[in-house]
Design a protein around this ligand. Sequence first.
Ligand SMILES: Nc1ncnc2c1ncn2[C@@H]1O[C@H](COP(=O)(O)OP(=O)(O)OP(=O)(O)O)[C@@H](O)[C@H]1O
Ligand SMILES: C[C@@](O)(CCOP(=O)(O)OP(=O)(O)O)CC(=O)O
Length: 385
Amino acid sequence: MEDNKVYRASTFAPVNIAVIKYWGKRDTKLNLPTNSSLSVTLSQDDLRTHTTASCSASFASDTLTLNGQPQDISTPRTQACLRELRSLRKDLESKNSSLSQLSSLQLKIVSENNFPTAAGLASSAAGFAALVRSIANLYALPASPTELSRIARQGSGSACRSLFGGYVGWNHGSAADGSDSIAYEVAPADHWSDMRAVILVASAEKKDVSSTAGMQATVGTSALFKARAETIVPQRMEEMEEAIRKKDFAAFASLTMRDSNSFHATCLDTDPPIFYMNDTSRAAVRVCQAINETAGRTVCAYTFDAGPNAVVYYLAADEAAVAGTFRGILGEKTGWEGSRGEKVEKAGQVPENIAGSVETLQKGISRVILTGVGDGPRQTEEHLC
Ligand SMILES: Nc1ncnc2c1ncn2[C@@H]1O[C@H](COP(=O)(O)OP(=O)(O)OP(=O)(O)O)[C@@H](O)[C@H]1O
Ligand SMILES: C[C@@](O)(CCOP(=O)(O)OP(=O)(O)O)CC(=O)O
């Protein structure tokens, strides 16, 4: 091996927003969930993590830098990912002596998120998916996205779904070692490519209760949680997969909204209660209901993660009715500039009976992000170091 040679590989990885939520672990060390979940991968043209993984005999220790700030790389979750990836590389090296011994070199990982970190915009999902994918590329691992999803899950549960594009399931699995708790493609992005999303960013602040802490408080104290994990979600997973296969937006939307509500109900049922949605979030729910009522059919579906931001899914054909209404209300906010936002036709009047919600939304939303379903991680020659 050449002394001091720097080996590197870079990737972009997407954010995913669940429509059937992961909430609760049966094993906190391995991030094994109590229920399966399903998400839509969002386009990396709008939201993405960019990560470069490099290794060299000249590096003194493993390091991780996120948005220019050194991060603690010694956390058990990051260490679990690095250990698994190094071990796969070591296996390759032991079978082929002509391979450079990269598994014994220190890693330098540099990453940038083009959206607020830890604001409920699934930064840990894109972040760990990018970390795992970039190191797998650096090590030239023949591992499939499914195998890498098993590793990324140990970084952050929802990260396993960001190894795939399109519509992605995560099977809760039953093996104690987590070998069957992996992500799978329900349908690629081009199966239902006209799925769009407008994200209403309510707050770019760091949240009070992390997903990790919040979900275990729910597991420990919520009486509703058991029914959700054992009965409600298994049934919804089947219905959601069918809705996606048939491209049935009304069914997709109804399941998405009900599952978001069910997840937030278990948060409220936690002792002490956890509030991720706020007045702004509830105003977004009312506006979505009004949009659907005005259209006379279901044209949009809201969902909320562990934070107040609304993600509103809709189909391209209903852009004027959905994004157009939000443009009418939030047209002054950041996010409408550029060809995509400017193309959104402002819809007509919003019903008078939701004037209060409209005002709350105007006060509480700082920016919007227009996006849609997208593909999985992309290798790139643009290196960050
Ligand atoms: N690009 C990245 N590379 C490595 N780790 C990252 C990256 N981006 C985020 N993370 C890790 O994820 C953490 C944020 O995760 P957290 O679950 O708190 O928020 P979130 O993912 O934005 O929200 P949520 O998952 O609830 O939607 C960061 O503190 C950091 O440790
Ligand atoms: C509400 C959610 O976004 C929760 C995501 O939780 P994380 O994947 O961030 O949790 P950890 O596994 O502890 O890292 C729902 C979802 O994405 O399915």
